[in-house]
Ligand binder design. Sequence first.
Ligand code: SF4
Length: 355
Amino acid sequence: MPTEPMRTEAMPTAIRHDWTFQQVQALFAQPFNDLLFQAQSVHREHFDPNEVQISTLLSIKTGACPEDCKYCPQAGIYNTGLEKEKLLEIERVLVEAKAAKNNGATRFCMGAAWRSPSNKDMPQVIEMVKDVKALGLETCMTLGMLTDSQAQGLADAGLDYYNHNLDTSPEYYGEVITTRTYQDRLDTLGSVRNAGMKVCCGGIVGMGETTADRIGLLVQLANLPEHPESVPINMLVKVPGTPLENEAALEPFEFIRTIAVARIIMPLSHVRLSAGREDMNEQMQALAFHAGANSIFYGEKLLTTPNPAANKDMQLFDRLGIKPEQYYSHPDQETAMKAAIANAESDKHFYDAAS
Ligand code: SF4
């Protein structure tokens, strides 16, 4: 006879910002099927379970970053063979943005490998936001740390989303990055919120951290004053030349558990299956969607790491009965998006992210 799935005291009844480590640990420790049932139940309260948001990201400045994030091929101190590029001209960005719009995209995301934008670069970046916005696209940027005035300048220019990840738990953070503090990141997130922009913030798993660190990261995210609208959960991509290139692989079910717990404790957020999808088979991706992931990146690359070919994504969507979010009720746009994805070229500037 079927039994009721386990309900822990931590079972959420409302949007909460007071999660304790023990409560989130209890969610993590559930039998796998109970955890996925709970995550899927929460997911269905707020989202169509058969829709997944699709985002793209253009790298507007690549490589030579002065930070030392051990996972990142864009850090200038690691020899990863990455081709460095200066800040793109606005005209080039607009060409890409128009192409994205013509192909059915509604959000255009731009990323730069900076510690923080310089005052010299801010006018050009702000102009990019205004010009892309004028095309009728939603805008998103990831530029590193921001001051209050920089955040306000971007918000005033019309920037909708800002991405800035916490990466891991406060306890493990120092093992991964030494050139900026956890508090620096929280401060930037505060500046972004105060300026009125939406937040995209998540982390990376598989960097040698413990389950407790994954729990610690999720507690941090869920206890922010507002949940990030987007929560990218990245699986480490072990890029040769980075200090983490030989890191042991994370157990796949542990990754799925992380997605499921993120879904449960941040019920209204888009949980994004981000970097590392290249190394996941279709079954694992399907399991991640079942656990509550409802956003992916499409295209040939995710920042500087490979990503599954876009048309493979669409084939998987078709087989799972998943529709791209925002295009579901607009068949023409959906068709355009599918065609664009199927024809996505390996333009080195087109990356697959909103973060
Ligand atoms: S993750 Fe961002 S801040 Fe860190 S090295 Fe890479 S580009 Fe720089």
